[in-house]
Design a protein around this ligand. Structure first.
Ligand SMILES: Cc1ncc(COP(=O)(O)O)c(C=O)c1O
Length: 465
């Protein structure tokens, strides 16, 4: 075991050290070699050292360089050094963090982590929750708590009797709702098409003045962090209306909720603490390894009831807090270990700095692209930048050229009918040098394929900086 783990650690550090000189996307030849890992399962055993060697030699070269500083696709964070190391330790511990009796360590670190997250995000002191696999399951669990609470108030026990014959609930979402919320609604029997959609503004924020009438059978879904623009919905106005009507407000804050952890961005999240449930990711902006998200509910009893396996489990109120009572899964890995490690290694100031720094990098991208004459489509308030290089075909060709060049990697998207490239700066590992090298690569590709929309004079370029 000792030799195996030392060899594995050596291979992993060599992998990380080699990232700077590798293309962000794997070479097609490396991806093609993945086939060698398939074929029929061998009859006999393979030495564990040889198994690790196969992974390192064939699978590692085909990885996307998510762990480096120049991956800006989707909204992917990296793994902070402490959280990666903690993940290795937790792997060795092999804890089942479902019942606390199966892992006092897992249960304690999860409870502390959830409380720390609640506090750094400025959420109510009553709120509690659990660690799940990511934003989608956090939305699922938060919306399950909402469904439980609103139907219980109508005298309906949805966990016992299901949705057939239940009093109807209305779910209100912004037009820019993330697809994961719709998926969660479909899993909950609330229907992804049964929602009332509210128009959004130019940044994708739900328009509070366009809300439909609300009632005690309404769930309003707010978004903290539009996946394209980074914009946060106006929480104060919506929560005030919802509270008056007895509605439930759920916040999909997969990444944007973390704005509340940075004093310079906190104003963007103002009012979100008035909601009833919150979903966010840890594997995005907190930079812990996949897969990790957190659900928080103002009155955790609603979450516990919604996640209960049986009425008896729900009623068994021992002194111990069993993590599985707050999440969809029963047996589960001890995600709290790496969340605790990430938060403890950063501290409040380090977390605020991580959020600020990545936002500053995003602004630098926007300034550089604008100065070169390309159109930045969003107000860059957070870590997301949308840029158009011209018409859809041109923009898509530039994105393909940037991805092929390998210096960095950005995804394509469509924003309000317009093709765009999205740059999401979410990794602790991104440095100012990574931003400069990536910007230079973007401009090289763009100049080869697309003429800038406006040829700016140098003074204009300075003015945009
Ligand atoms: C706003 C928003 N909500 C939810 C999700 C889903 O999160 P996950 O992929 O962790 O399930 C994302 C992912 O990008 C997101 O941006």
């Amino acid at each position: 075991m000792d030799d195996l783990l030392r060899d594995t650690a050596h291979r992993a550090t060599r992998y990380l050290e080699g990232l700077a000189s590798r293309g962000v996307a794997p070479a097609p030849a490396a991806v093609a070699r993945l086939e060698e890992l398939g074929g029929p399962l061998p009859d006999g055993p393979t030495d564990p050292a040889a198994v690790v060697a196969l992974l390192d030699e064939i699978a590692a070269p085909a990885t996307i360089v998510n762990a480096g500083g120049r991956y800006f696709g989707f909204v992917n964070g990296g793994s902070l050094p402490a959280s990666l190391a903690a993940n290795w330790l937790a792997g060795a511990w092999d804890q089942n963090a479902g019942p606390s009796v199966a892992s006092p360590t897992g249960a304690a670190l999860e409870e502390i982590s959830v409380q720390w997250i609640r506090d750094v995000l400025g959420l109510p002191a009553t709120a509690g929750g659990g660690l799940v696999t990511g934003g989608t399951m956090a939305n699922f669990a938060g919306l399950a708590a909402a469904r439980h609470a609103l139907l219980r108030r109508q005298g309906w026990d949805v966990e016992r009797d299901g949705m057939f014959g239940a009093p109807p609930l209305t779910v209100v979402v912004g037009n820019e709702v993330h697809v994961s919320v719709l998926k969660a609604l479909s899993l909950l029997g609330l229907g992804r098409e049964r929602v009332v959609r509210v128009p959004t503004d130019a940044q994708g924020r739900l328009r509070a003045d366009q809300l439909p009438p609300l009632s005690s059978t309404t769930i309003v879904c707010l978004q903290a962090g539009n996946v394209n623009t980074g914009a946060l919905d106006p929480a104060h106005a919506v929560c005030a209306r919802a509270r008056e009507a007895g509605s439930w407000v759920h916040v999909d804050g997969a990444f944007g909720l973390w704005a509340a952890a940075a004093p310079g961005r906190r104003h963007l999240a103002a009012g979100l603490e008035l909601a009833d449930s919150w979903a966010t990711d840890c594997h995005k902006w907190l930079n812990v390894p996949y897969d990790c998200g957190v659900v928080l509910v103002r009155d955790p009893r609603d979450l516990e009831a919604a996640m209960s396996a049986s009425a008896a489990t729900y009623l068994a109120q021992g002194a111990e807090r069993h993590p599985f009572r707050y999440t969809p899964e029963m047996s589960r890995r001890a995600r709290g270990v790496e969340v605790w490690a990430a938060l403890r290694s950063l501290g409040r100031a380090g977390l605020a700095e991580l959020i600020e720094r990545t936002c500053r990098h995003a602004t630098r991208f926007a300034e550089g692209l604008r100065a070169a004459g390309y159109t930045v489509l969003n107000d860059v308030v957070l870590n997301q930048v949308l840029v158009s290089f011209g018409d859809a075909e041109t923009t898509n060709r530039v994105i393909a050229a940037i991805q092929e060049d390998g210096t960095c990697w950005c995804s394509g998207t469509v924003w309000q009918g317009r093709a765009a490239m999205r740059i999401s700066v979410s990794s602790w590992a991104t440095t100012a040098e990574d931003v400069d090298a990536s910007l230079a690569a973007m401009l090289r590709a763009a100049r080869r394929i697309a003429a800038p929309a406006v040829r700016r004079q140098p003074e204009d370029a300075r003015a945009t900086g």
